[in-house]
Write a protein that binds this ligand. Structure first.
Ligand code: CA
Length: 232
């Protein structure tokens, strides 16, 4: 059984109870908060391993809670899964850019939700690979130092920008990145790309990746995710 602490922030009692029940059943220790203010106090004293944060809260909303957590050195590392209404892409994008790790849209499937929780906890326990570390997947190998990509053992020729995007996404399998985050990340490496051109780059990238193309998932209205498994 897991000993991990999860804080659930949700003002709707039914949903709060449903989430609490299902996470407890998985062996997590669950604490609940009804408001943003209470959430921040509890995060500070409890330092949970994960926060499940509804964005629609009275007074201080979820985005503000997220913003404040990410500003505090002792809270900034705690992963956050946002609960959002379907179709609230702008909130999802804002939350991811502030530093939330993932999101689930309501009404949600509890199985999917629990899987997301497990994945975020697992990922937050794994450090990001070092800059030059080779990224290996069953059908795909990325050599950052050599600027080389192999798909099913065959070299694939990518442009600098395509390579930058692939390396960035693949360095964090399972994480969702917004277009803006992708631009910021590859720009830092001296590539030239805009938010709009990310989509075109990804189209080109997928074509070249052929058998590994399915790794790059479009998250509608939000951005892209490198799938942890091809058959996911
Ligand atoms: Ca709510």
């Amino acid at each position: 059984m897991s000993e991990e602490n999860i804080l659930v922030v949700e003002d709707e009692k039914d949903i709060q109870e449903l989430v609490r029940y299902n996470l407890s059943r998985e062996g997590y220790r669950v604490t609940c908060a009804d408001s943003g203010e209470e959430a921040l106090k509890t995060v500070k004293s409890l330092l949970p391993d994960l926060v499940v944060l509804d964005l629609m809260l009275p007074c201080m909303d979820g985005l503000e809670v997220c913003r404040r957590m990410k500003k505090e050195p002792d809270m900034a590392h705690i992963p956050i899964i946002m609960l959002t209404a379907k179709g609230d892409e702008s909130d999802i994008v804002a939350g991811l850019e502030i530093g939330a790790d993932d999101y689930v849209t309501k009404p949600f499937n509890l199985k999917v939700f629990v899987t997301r929780v497990r994945a975020v906890l697992r990922r937050s326990n794994n450090e990001a690979p070092r800059e030059e570390e080779i990224l290996r997947f069953p059908e795909l190998v990325i050599h950052p130092g050599r600027h080389e990509v192999l798909v099913n053992d065959k070299p694939v020729s990518l442009t600098y920008t395509e390579f930058g995007i692939l390396k960035y996404l693949a360095s964090r399998p399972g994480w969702v990145f917004t277009r803006n985050q992708i631009v910021e990340a590859v720009r830092g490496d001296g590539y030239s790309v805009t938010e709009r051109s990310v989509d075109f780059q990804v189209v080109g990238l997928r074509k070249k990746l052929a058998g590994a193309a399915g790794r790059i998932e479009t998250v509608r209205g939000v951005g892209y995710r490198f799938k942890e498994s091809l058959n996911e």
